[in-house]
Design a protein around this ligand. Structure first.
Ligand code: CDP
Length: 224
């Protein structure tokens, strides 16, 4: 245990499961900080593309991750002073993120950066390995998922709302490929750890999912 370290709620799960939206709302409701760890991998992917470094070049990409000049300001994200909030949400950036995320040295470089988000009064962190690697002593671990077709529908709506192009069949394929890469990699693969609560949101609204997480958090912190 981390002694008096601020409490953490870890929400992990596959691509487009809605973890980001749910995690952000849970953080708002509790007045906690929020870490979108996927954004860090997306930023590293984008930084590699900008620097014309191959996503498989482990030492070079790790160096980029180490030196990443990133600023989170409310809902906006800046990379080297450039506003990249929407740029990193493209499917292409998602694919690059999941490629650099397979590299152990990159994950290591981002480890400390992620832990630094743990500040009072608490943190809600979403990603793939929040509960299994980065915040193993989280007070509550949630594995949030949904059927692939529903996830493709959610991602479609998200991209269209941002004015980006999207194609359902291609999105479903991307999601399945990303699931495979994220679950099959050697380092910190995506998997539900035995101490995580499974939350299948296929038939849940965002509000219902948020309530379920809050209820589990209340239950988890009540008896101790
Ligand atoms: O929004 P979506 O779930 O599609 O992706 P994301 O959470 O922004 O993460 C993008 C990619 O970064 C994922 O496909 C993972 O490969 C990687 N990632 C990771 O490996 N570990 C994390 N803690 C978060 C993201």
């Amino acid at each position: 245990m981390a002694g008096n370290a601020p409490v953490v709620i870890a929400i992990d799960g596959p691509s487009a499961s809605g973890k980001g939206t749910v995690a952000k709302r849970v953080a708002q409701r509790l007045g906690f900080h929020y870490l979108d760890s996927g954004a860090l991998y997306r930023l590293v992917g984008l930084a590699a593309e900008r620097a014309r470094i191959q996503t498989a070049d482990e030492p070079q990409v790790a160096r980029l991750a180490e030196a990443l000049d990133v600023r989170f300001e409310g809902d906006e994200i800046y990379l080297n002073q450039e506003l990249v909030t929407d740029v990193i949400r493209s499917e292409q950036a998602g694919v690059a993120a999941s490629e650099v995320a397979t590299l152990g040295a990159v994950r290591q470089a981002l480890f400390k950066r992620q832990r630094a988000f743990r500040e009072p009064p608490g943190l809600v962190a979403d990603g793939r390995d929040m509960g299994s690697v980065v915040f193993t002593d989280a007070a509550l671990k949630i594995y949030l998922t949904a059927e692939p077709e529903e996830r493709a529908r959610r991602r479609y709506k998200q991209l269209i709302a941002k004015g980006m192009g999207a194609n359902m069949a291609a999105l479903l394929q991307d999601i399945q490929a990303r699931d495979e890469r994220d679950s099959g990699r050697a380092v910190a693969p995506l998997q539900k750890s035995s101490d995580a609560h499974l939350l299948d949101t296929t038939n849940l609204s965002v509000d219902e999912a948020v309530e379920q997480v809050l209820a589990r958090y209340a239950a988890a912190t009540q008896v101790s």
